[in-house]
Design a protein around this ligand. Structure first.
Ligand code: GLU
Length: 485
């Protein structure tokens, strides 16, 4: 069997869209699963859209995610160069071959002429399609214009009757009426190929066996097949992938901050969790498994299990995945990753980060939620006395005041401010007072944090805050409760 060769062919826009990342992932998985090669090709023929540093974004993202290419611009390979702008000279001779065969033709229509004809067409309520005006120029007329240096493009000579069909792995057997095909431009006035032309030439010259890409190319594919056929080249297997959507109606969008890989990394999602979840948006392993390492994905991946319904990218599900991945991080790694987020909220003040991290690891779903969860340590939030009402703990502001008055001198008496000492001393005092644990610990935690939910309980928080701050907060709470009584 022929070696499987897949490719990821991004345009360097400066951002990695999640849909693109998933395309790269599937191409990589399929190549690796079949012992084949995964090729990275940069499609930068649209020089107007050139963005500085954009190829690095592509390299860094893929590498960071563990998607390694076997051939590509930076590492080379047998069928390079792998950057389209460096392949510029390759395309024109192929287009000229097609002109010889009658499958393509020179077009000298100016932009103004085309605009005029387009406007006339639209005025009649019709959709403009190039009208083959220049197809009817004689050989001599064409040559004269070329000799005179008249700017030209080369267009595909697409059929206008009949239909085109092809088979797609995901979408099955597809039929398109030929009157929907236009005489697309193959070579632009600046001599650069269009994407529409370059992708075919490159995929052929690079020996690509499986073209896996976004479904926005479904309806252009018949035109690509016309090119393959005109050259007498073998048509690759097509695997068109459905769009990654936020919900049934909406695409992921820049405006919502959910379109790009970098959006997620900045929010504090782990790339492993993102890749794992992304693999499942549009594909399923056929069983109940949800957690996959890259190697496990390679083993499990099967293009016949790609969905033909849009993949819904469920943020909550991703967040859940992320929390699971964070829980499984080795503690030291978690500590390293969470430290800048602690700094953000606690900036400057000293706290025992290690202890805080121990309390936080199991509660961290996304790192950007960390600052809000720990900020109370640096600054006591305003809170409502209503927080002291807790049915289960049998507390209310009155009970709370009594509890805090009881516990205040106990805390004052502790000089060795260790968590275990605080725990043992306070627990002993509660037992001696005949009160219920909850009736003291709930008010104490509220007094120290102003929050109904915190990482750790009263003892952990008291320890983290330190003796002075703990006593100050208890004193303040007592004053607040007294003022209310
Ligand atoms: N450069 C195209 C894009 O970024 C690639 C499409 C393809 O994979 O052929 O959409």
């Amino acid at each position: 069997m022929k070696e499987v060769r897949t490719r990821f062919a991004p345009s360097p826009t400066g951002f990695m869209h999640l849909g693109g990342l998933r395309t790269a992932l599937y191409n990589y998985l399929y190549a690796k699963k079949n012992g084949g090669k995964f090729i990275l090709r940069i499609e930068d023929t649209d020089q107007e859209r050139f963005v500085e540093g954009a190829t690095e974004v592509i390299y860094d993202t893929l590498r960071g995610c563990g998607i390694a290419w076997d051939e590509g611009p930076d590492i080379g390979g047998p069928v390079g160069p792998y950057i389209q702008s460096e392949r510029k000279k390759i395309y024109l001779p192929y287009a000229q071959q097609l002109v010889e065969k009658g499958a393509a033709y020179y077009c000298f229509c100016t932009k103004e002429e085309l605009d005029e004809r387009r406007a006339a067409c639209e005025a009649k309520g019709e959709v403009f399609k190039y009208d083959k005006h220049c197809l009817h120029l004689s050989r001599e007329e064409v040559q004269a214009k070329l000799d005179a240096g008249v700017p030209y493009v080369i267009r595909l000579n697409a059929p206008t009757t009949g239909e085109s069909t092809y088979d797609d792995v995901v979408f099955g057997h597809l039929t398109f009426p030929n009157d929907t095909l236009d005489d697309m431009v193959l070579i632009k006035q600046d001599g650069m190929p269009t994407y529409n032309f370059a992708n075919v030439i490159d995929d052929h010259l690079m020996g690509i066996t499986h073209v896996m890409r976004g479904m926005e190319y479904l309806s252009s594919t018949p035109k690509y097949n016309l090119l393959y056929n005109a050259f007498g080249w073998e048509i690759p297997q097509y695997v068109h992938l459905t769009t990654v959507m936020r919900d049934a109606q909406h695409k992921l969008s820049k405006r919502h901050g959910d379109a790009y890989y970098s959006d997620f990394i900045e929010k504090g999602y782990l790339k492993e969790a993102l890749i794992n979840y992304l693999a499942l948006v549009g594909w399923n392993p056929g069983d109940e498994r949800e957690f996959f390492t890259m190697d496990e994905l390679i083993q499990a991946f099967d293009i016949n299990r790609l969905n033909n319904a849009p993949g819904i990218f469920d943020m909550d599900k991703l967040t859940w995945f992320n929390g699971e991945y964070i829980r499984k991080l080795p503690f030291d790694e978690y500590l390293k990753m969470v430290t800048p987020w602690f700094d953000k909220a606690l900036g400057g003040k000293h706290f025992d980060y290690k202890r805080l991290a121990e309390l936080m690891q199991g509660r961290t779903e996304v790192f950007n939620r960390v600052p809000d969860m720990v900020r109370f340590l640096a600054e006591m939030p305003e809170y409502d006395l209503d927080l002291y009402n807790n049915k289960k703990m049998k507390t209310n502001p009155e009970v709370a005041l009594e509890a805090l008055e009881m516990v205040q001198p106990v805390l004052e008496g502790i000089t060795d401010w260790q968590e275990s000492t605080i725990h043992d001393t306070v627990m002993a005092a509660i037992a001696a007072s005949g009160k219920k644990n909850g009736a003291v610990l709930w008010p104490l935690r509220i007094a120290l944090s102003g929050l109904a939910s915190t990482p750790g309980g009263a003892f952990e928080i008291a320890y983290l805050l330190g003796r002075d701050e703990t006593l100050a907060r208890v004193q303040k709470a007592i004053e607040k409760l007294r003022a209310n009584a």
